[in-house]
Each structure stands twice: as C-alpha cells, then as structure tokens.
Design a protein around this ligand. Structure first.
Ligand SMILES: *Cc1c(COP(=O)(O)O)cnc(C)c1O
Length: 413
C-alpha cells in the first residue's frame, strides 16, 4: 500500500493508519509520504527521459531535510532562493554542483557563500544583480555561472499573489533588457553565461501559458545565438499545478512534450524547477476537533490547527480538501473549520460538509507544499511536528516546537 489512500474508511499514508500516527505524535501534525515524493519527482524525470534534462526541486515548497535527502538520493537537483536553503541542501547530503540559485534579492554574503560552494548556476533577475555578482566573483577570484531570468510577460492565469511572469511583477528582466544584459555578462571575465530561465507563476493547470513562455524564451535564445552567445541550458521553471479542488492538475507529460517540441533540435539541456507538484500531494496536515459550536448564522468546528500552521487559506483564499481521518456513520453538517488564533482569517475551510464530533481527527489534504514552510509562531504556538513515512515507519523528521524554545532567544530588561 503506498501513497495517501482511504481503505475501509481509514486514511492511510504509505500503508500506515494516519489515526495511529496522530495518536502517537499528537496534533497538529504534518505527515508526508516518501512514496509520493518519489513518484512525483520521477514523473518529471521520466517525462523528459528522451532528452538531456535536469529536475531541480524548488526547495522553498518544503525544505525539511528528510524531504531534501529523499530527493537527493533520487539524483535531484535543487532550486534555492536563499543562503539558508543552500545550507539545508548541503546538510541534506546533496552536492553544491546540483544547486541553482534563484531569487530577486540575493545579498552579497549569499553570493559569496554560493560562489565558494561552487554551485551550478545563478539565476539572475536584474542588471544590477549581474553587476553585483560580477564584482563579488572578481573579489573571490571566481567565475560565476549565470542564467538570466526572463519575464516573458505572459499571464499564468493563476492567483495574483502567485503570478510572476507579468511585466507588473517584480520578477525577472524584460525581453528587451535581456539582450543587452547578456552581452555585458558575456564580456565580463568573472561571469560565465550558461543559460536562460523563467518562472511564470505557481499552480498552473493548463499548458497554454507555458507554451507562450516557451515560444518567447526560444525566440530569445535564437536572438542571443545571432549575437554570438551560446547557451547550454534552458530552464522552464516550476509552477506545475496540482489538484486541490475540482481542477485538473497539469499533465506533466503534456508539459514535457510541449517543452521538448519547443526546444526542437537546439542543443540545450532542459531544466525545470517544480516544487508544489512534487511535495504538495505528498503531505497532509492532521488536526483534532476541539469543539463544535454554532450561532444563529453558522456552525463552527474549532480545531487545534490554525493559520499559523497552514496559512494558504488565509493568504490566498486557497481551498484544500478537509476530510475525517476515520469516516464515521454520523449526520453531516456544514461547518466553518476554524482554528484558535485570534483572527477572523484563521480558518482552514469554510462551508464544509462534515460528519464529525469533538475529538475526531481531520486531515487537510494536499498540504505537502507551502504549508509547514510558511508556518509561524503567531499566538506563541509552537510549530507542528513533521513525520515522514518511509519503509513502513513513521519517522519524526522535525520535532514539535516546545513553548520554551519560542522565547529562548528573548530576554527581559
Ligand atoms: C517558487 C519557485 C518555483 C517553484 O514553484 P512551484 O509552483 O512550487 O512549482 C520555481 N522556481 C522559482 C524561481 C520559484 O520562485
């Protein structure tokens, strides 16, 4: 038994009963399936099997060391957005020459760290950043491998907060600017131009916006080639959408075939940076119902999980499935599923039909990405523990935070 499935009314993660894991480790609790992490990564690898390619897992989606090490063992590369993420990837046992450094605001010290670790590529987002990197590389006696992140000005048709490929977004450099930026980089002895990249947004469920981006990117590649600038890779970014509600997830094979067709016979390695599509479906957040209450308007299920554990509903109006861990024969009612935090935005779901009683466990599905990593200590709540199910065992891969640890760095005056 593998993946996250319901058998005889019980939710199982890689064959283990989620209710048993919750009883042993307490709630709120994140539980990840190693099986799903691996099969989701392999789906990308397999889809690009016919061409030279590199799957760079976007670390920010779920940066737990155990998750990173599972993927590192498969041969994954990693897309990072901070010096902290670089340290995580190295701590998880992956070599630095499988690391791509994205992000719009790299600091000098992050550049120094990444240069000295000899990472694979810097994805540069502005001319100012290229200038800074060149200076830093010179001072370090290094040559920095660089790619420019192009903003192809395509509408990813996703939530505005996770749309990144429009001119109005802060990300990347415009097609017009890019040509000159490449020319300057090509001439600098401490920069080595190796690729081109883009990332147009997150949770894309259709291949069309990608195709529009592919076309613009490859037009750019050809233009650069005319300028005498030869690239060795093209990085089509992440953003591949998953199923939360009734949307159809992006078809990875369709994505791959479109990318491969767009590149055609050009001798370019194809890179990609999926995060959500690998980690998202592989995790659940388990919480316990504390109280059921109602007023004249609404019924509420007050749970022990909150917006500090999972902020996606509050931040993006995201909808995630909320289901009982064990299905019971009870009368269903419609509830707002809310946490104990003192904010009206503290809900994990609204108007959910659930057959539950106080004490029941609820699972918020598709919580493997942008979930634990975005959690906070608001209301002095320790962050949830994380479990990875591997080899039919529930491994604690991050302990529940103690309250004392939350103010350990503070002092009184
Ligand atoms: C966040 C991010 C990704 C991953 O996005 P997903 O939607 O999780 O696939 C990839 N590349 C860059 C540059 C990112 O910022």
């Amino acid at each position: 038994m593998s993946g996250i499935e319901r058998v005889n009314g019980e939710l199982l993660v890689d064959g283990l009963a989620l209710s048993d894991i919750a009883k042993t480790h307490g709630t709120p609790l994140y539980v990840y399936s190693r099986d799903l992490l691996e099969s989701n990564w392999k789906a990308f690898d397999r889809a690009f099997d016919a061409v030279p390619h590199r799957v760079c897992y976007a670390v920010k989606a779920n940066s737990n060391l155990a998750v990173l090490s599972v993927l590192a063992k498969l041969g994954s590369s990693f897309d990072i957005v901070s010096g902290g993420e670089l340290k995580r990837v190295l701590a998880a046992g992956a070599p630095a020459n499988r690391v791509v450094f994205s992000g719009v605001g790299k600091t000098t010290s992050e550049m120094v760290e990444a240069l000295n670790a000899n990472i694979l590529c810097f994805n540069i987002e502005s001319v100012a950043e290229a200038t800074r990197l060149a200076q830093v590389a010179k001072a370090q006696g290094k040559v920095a491998p660089v790619s420019f992140r192009i903003n192809p000005d395509v509408d990813a048709q996703t939530h505005p907060y996770i749309s990144t490929g429009l001119k109005e977004n802060k990300f990347g450099i415009s097609m017009e600017e890019a040509r000159e930026a490449y020319r300057q980089a090509q001439d600098h002895p401490n920069l080595s131009v190796c690729g081109i990249d883009c990332h147009i947004g997150s949770q894309l469920t259709s291949v069309e916006p990608y195709e529009a981006a592919f076309e613009r990117m490859l037009a750019m590649v050809d233009q650069l080639s005319e300028d005498g600038i030869t690239l060795s890779h093209i990085d089509f970014g992440g953003g591949q959408g998953i199923q939360y509600d009734d949307e159809t997830p992006l078809d990875i094979v369709e994505f791959a075939n479109a990318a491969i067709a767009a590149v055609g016979s050009r001798p370019l390695e194809i890179w990609m940076e999926p995060g959500r599509a690998i980690a998202g479906p592989a995790g659940v957040l388990v919480t316990r119902v504390e109280y059921l209450k109602e007023n004249s308007e609404k019924a509420f299920a007050v749970i022990d999980g909150a917006m500090n554990d999972l902020i996606r509903p509050a931040l993006y109006s995201a909808w995630q499935p909320i289901v009982p861990v064990i299905e019971q024969d009870r009368t269903a009612r419609v509830y707002d599923v809310v946490g104990p935090v003192c904010e009206s935005a503290d809900f994990l779901g609204k108007d959910r039909e659930l057959a539950i009683e106080a004490g029941d466990y609820l699972a918020v599905l598709a919580s493997g990405a942008y979930a634990f990593v975005m959690s906070s200590n608001y209301n002095t709540r320790g962050r949830a523990a994380e479990i990875l199910v591997s080899d039919a065992q529930a491994h604690v891969v991050r302990q529940r935070e103690s309250v004392e640890s939350l103010f350990a760095l503070e002092s009184t005056v």
